[in-house]
Every structure is written in C-alpha cells, then in structure tokens.
Design a protein around this ligand. Structure first.
Ligand code: PNS
Length: 353
C-alpha cells in the first residue's frame, strides 16, 4: 500500500495488521477523484482507521490535520508508525477507542471536519453503523463531505444528508453531504436578565433581515442570573409574540453547538459603545475556531439604547426605581416585581410605577 498523490506521493505504508481490511489503492484513488482530488486546509476524521491510509492520503493532498480513530491496539500502533513514515507525525492524532464513544466526545467538544471517512467492519450491524452515521452529521462543516465504505449502501435515516453510492468491485462507497437549508436562520444569543428595550430592538431588526430568528437564552452563565433560563425565555416570548419568525429557546451548552443544532451559521448581536467591542471580538474569534463557517453580524444599537443594559435595569429595579422605557411595556410590571429586593419592595410599598 502506498500514498497515491500529493506531498507524500509514493511513500509505502507498513504491513497491514491481522484482522484489518484496508481500502485498496484503486478504491482510494477513485474516492479522491470523486472528492475533487486536492484540498486547501481543513481537518479530516478517519474512523475505523485500520492502517490510516485514507486519512493520510487526505493529509498528503492538502488537509491540515487528521484524527484517526481505531479500536484495535495493533492497528492503532500501525497508524502511528505510518504517520511517522509519511512525515505527518505532527499533523495526525490517533485516538484508540470505540468509534461510537469517540464520536460522542467529538460532538460534545464542538469539533468539525471537512472530510469524514468511515469504513466500518462488515461484521458490525447496519443498525449500529446507521446510528453512528446519524451522529456524524453534527461533525461536518456546512460544506463537508462524509464518505462511507461497505459491502452495501449504509442504512441511515436523516433528512439532513443527501448523497449517492458507487460500486467498485465488492466495495460500495457512499458520498454524503449536508442538505443546505434554504432558510437563512440567525441566532440572537444573550443572558437577557432581563430582556431590555435595546434587546427587543435588535431582535426585531434581525427578524426583518433573516427568514427566522432564534433567540438563545443562555442557561449556564458565568454570573448567576436573577431568573432561571426558562423564566427569562418566557419574558421574551411575551414581548415577541407578534412576530411569527421569532422563536425563543434555552441554550444549555456552547453557542456554536446550539447554532449547528438549529441549522444556523449566523449570530446577530447588538453593539453599543466601544466598550462592547473587546469582549465581542474575543468571542467571535473563539467561536470561529470552533465553527469556521460561523459568522457574527453586529447591528448598531439605536442611540437611545446605547447606554441601556440588563445590569442597569437590575440595579434600578433592585432599589425599587422605575424602569419604564428601559424594558418593554408588556413586561414592565413583572420586571419591577421580580427584580426588586425584598426590603426595597417594603420601602416602596408595592408601588411599581
Ligand atoms: O448577554 P450576554 O451576557 O452578553 O450573553 C452572553 C452569551 C450567553 C451570548 C454567551 O455567554 C454565550 O455565548 N454563552 C454560551 C457559551 C459559549 O458558547 N461560550 C463561548 C463563547 S466565546
């Protein structure tokens, strides 16, 4: 077995360990011809890696990094040796473990790959490989490709992947990609503790640009919020109920994972004074590392909202002051009541004006 093309072209790989059924050079060549031959960066995931020949072919042809997953210890060592042989020691990571479990960990870690190869042993049940395939969708970049080998086309049921199978002798190779959603969905994330008139302005303006806006209410925040995520979400639902293309969801984990689940690659945020810029800039960079196709779009706050914040609303309401004009009128009374301190409540005698 050898690397067919690219920077490591012609390099011979080590002997195939017992029990491994490697993809033949002919099938590998056919796969890369179908994929468009060469790449410019991006990560590749080689599942049931065997000798690692497929992932290494992708590295040789321009992919930046590769993760190889292999359960068999002897085969995993062969992948490490082959990486060294091809001069890819620094660009490959070999994970020894059960593919289903490793895939779950990669999904939880928010990893994404431009190319994913899966060559499950013919003895694993179509049901098992089918359920792994459904999970792999979450690991693909929006334009990423998933290549599955087998003796027959894989059994999977997902509405989000489309593809075609080709037969090369006894091997069936299925090429899958995401069905690109035609709807442009944007996420408006935030703590919303509580939602302010400034937030509502940004959400409404986003809803006028995008087909659908999902307001994502952060559940796990650095600072403990006054209200639970569900309560904060209900307040937003109350003020956005007139817009059909706005929905409100609680967001448990990372923003990038939430966006992927929602089929969105755009986040819309409001930008007030320059002081917002630094933390927003940092978040944009981090999110782009986790999800390269992810874009953050900023809408400038209206002048009358440029000094408005949830913390200012909390502070004023806390001491029983009026937040009229700072939060939407529909939730004014409830915000005054929920955010007032108990002793302040007594001092203002329940008068929320
Ligand atoms: O209104 P806020 O406090 O600016 O909102 C912050 C929020 C919820 C948008 C942010 O904390 C977030 O995105 N949390 C989800 C967890 C996450 O993805 N963190 C990494 C961001 S770099």
């Amino acid at each position: 077995m050898r690397i067919i093309a690219g920077s490591a072209r012609g390099i011979r790989l080590g002997p195939v360990p017992d029990g491994v059924r490697p993809t033949s050079d002919r099938v590998r060549e056919a796969i890369f011809n179908s994929l468009g031959q060469f790449f410019d960066g991006g990560e590749v995931l080689d599942l049931y890696a065997g000798t690692g020949a497929v992932g290494m072919e992708a590295l040789s042809r321009g992919c930046e990094r590769a993760v190889f997953v292999e359960k068999n210890g002897r085969a995993a060592r062969t992948v490490v040796e082959n990486l060294e042989r091809a001069g890819f020691g620094e660009r490959g990571e070999v994970v020894r473990g059960d593919v289903g479990e490793v895939v779950e960990r990669l999904v939880e870690g928010g990893r994404v790959f431009r190319l994913i190869f899966a060559d499950p042993p013919y003895r694993i049940s179509p049901r098992e490989s089918g359920s792994i395939l459904e999970r792999l969708e979450a690991l693909l970049t929006p334009s990423g490709r998933l290549v599955v080998e087998g003796s027959q086309p894989p059994a999977y049921s997902t509405e989000r992947l489309k593809g075609a199978s080709r037969r090369y002798g006894g091997t069936v190779v299925t090429f899958l990609e995401r069905i690109q959603p035609t709807m442009k969905i944007a996420i408006c994330p935030g703590s919303f503790d509580p939602v302010t008139a400034g937030h509502v302005d940004i959400i409404r303006r986003a809803a006028a640009i995008y087909d659908h806006v999902v307001v994502a209410v952060g559940a796990n925040l650095k600072k403990r919020p006054r209200l639970s995520a569900e309560e904060r979400a209900r307040l937003i639902e109350k003020v956005m109920s007139d817009l059909e293309n706005v929905s409100v969801e609680v967001m448990e984990g990372l923003l990038v994972n939430f966006a992927r689940e929602q089929g969105a690659r755009v986040v819309v945020k409001g930008l007030r004074a320059g002081s917002d810029f630094e933390s927003e800039f940092q978040q944009v960079q981090l999110n782009r590392r986790l999800y390269p196709e992810f874009e953050t779009v900023f809408i400038m706050a209206a002048a009358e909202h440029s000094f408005l914040s949830s913390s200012a609303v909390r502070e004023i309401a806390n001491y029983g002051g009026s937040v009229r004009g700072l939060v939407p009128e529909e939730i004014l009374e409830i915000v005054q009541r929920l955010y007032v301190r108990e002793d302040a409540q007594a001092a203002v005698g329940g008068d929320k004006g």
